[in-house]
Design a protein around this ligand. Structure first.
Ligand code: NDP
Length: 287
């Protein structure tokens, strides 16, 4: 079998066009241009690339984006002050603090400081709570991007066994949460695996849908995948100047029914969802 390639790049481009149209209508009605502010602390080159890509995507969707670049020596208190200023600024609709932060800054303290109504990454306990209850204000960017890919490629999720590899707050947990909700592109039976899971390969082999988000290059091998399964690869791992996912792409694509590439799969969908959340934040703030 040779799998269908799930083309996140083109789905994300379509989503960005939808957002651009909705943002234009919103601006026409209210005079407001949705505004995303990214805060980047230090000079991690990968983080700088991610932020630049997010800014470029904002431009494509007609959203305003601003970058606050702060030196690596910025203290936690100084960063908190920046976040507080952005919280209070009615001209800012979404705040994105690019992770990872330098080691001397506690990420949780900073993320908790972002006011829930501008938390376009959907990390705030209030937003996570709303998501768990099935009435999200914002969508978790990467998991919602994966869900949209399942929808676009008409992958049946109702009653399907979805195995999520990884239990992070940013990907694994919210991914599982989206798929167990009642409703469209959900209603799945979900298993979450992590580093303490026993017989992980045997569990993955039972999956109709595999979502790999552990940060280990080519971890998911062909013998771990049930023939005909759908495989979404969230992982982004650097091997020299090459990016590879958590899935051993070539052999797995001989077994799977459909698979995302890295790059060009889940990554662009994460950014598109961030844009959607920024527009939602502006719409909510306009009442
Ligand atoms: P984290 O490091 O926060 O979490 C990794 C998870 O994988 C943990 O739950 C960990 O288990 C689990 N894990 C690690 N090793 C193993 C193993 N050998 N067997 C089973 N489980 C294991 O990572 P993130 O969730 O932030 O990111 C995961 C990957 O996705 C990374 O490559 C990251 O770069 C990428 N990513 C991609 C995005 C995109 O837009 N495409 C967005 C966000 C992340 P435990 O909890 O027990 O430690």
């Amino acid at each position: 079998m040779s799998a269908i390639l799930i083309d996140g790049k083109s789905v994300a481009a379509r989503m960005t066009a939808e957002i651009a149209s909705d943002a234009a209508a919103f601006q026409h009605a209210t005079g407001v241009v949705p505004h995303l502010v990214a805060v980047l602390v230090g000079d991690d080159p990968a983080s700088a690339v991610y932020v630049r890509n997010k800014q470029k995507a904002c431009e494509r969707a007609g959203l305003k984006s601003t970058l606050h670049r702060l030196p690596a020596e910025t203290t936690e208190v100084e960063l908190l002050m920046v976040v507080e200023q952005l919280n209070a600024d009615s001209g800012v609709h979404g705040i994105l603090v690019q992770l990872p932060l330098p080691k001397h800054i506690r990420e949780q303290v900073i993320l908790d400081a972002v006011v829930a109504s501008k938390d376009v990454d959907c990390f705030h306990p209030q937003n996570v709570g709303l998501l768990v209850q099935g009435r999200p204000r914002f969508l978790p960017c990467t998991p919602a991007g994966c869900q949209r890919l399942l929808a676009e490629y008409k992958i049946e999720t109702a009653g399907a066994h979805a195995v999520v590899l990884g239990r992070s707050e940013i990907v694994g947990k919210p991914m599982a949460m989206l798929l167990i909700q009642r409703g469209a592109v959900a209603d799945a039976t979900v298993t979450i695996c992590h580093s303490r899971t026993r017989e992980l390969a045997a569990i993955v082999r039972q999956a109709d849908i595999v979502i790999a988000a552990i940060g280990k290059p080519r971890f998911v091998t062909a013998d771990m995948v049930k023939p005909g399964a759908v495989v979404l690869d969230v992982g982004i791992n650097r091997e020299g100047d090459k990016l590879v996912g958590d899935v051993d792409f070539e052999p797995v694509s001989q077994v799977a029914r459909a698979i995302t590439p890295v790059p060009g799969g889940v990554g662009p969908m994460t950014i598109a969802t961030l844009l959607r959340n920024t527009l939602t934040a502006a719409q909510l703030s306009a009442g």
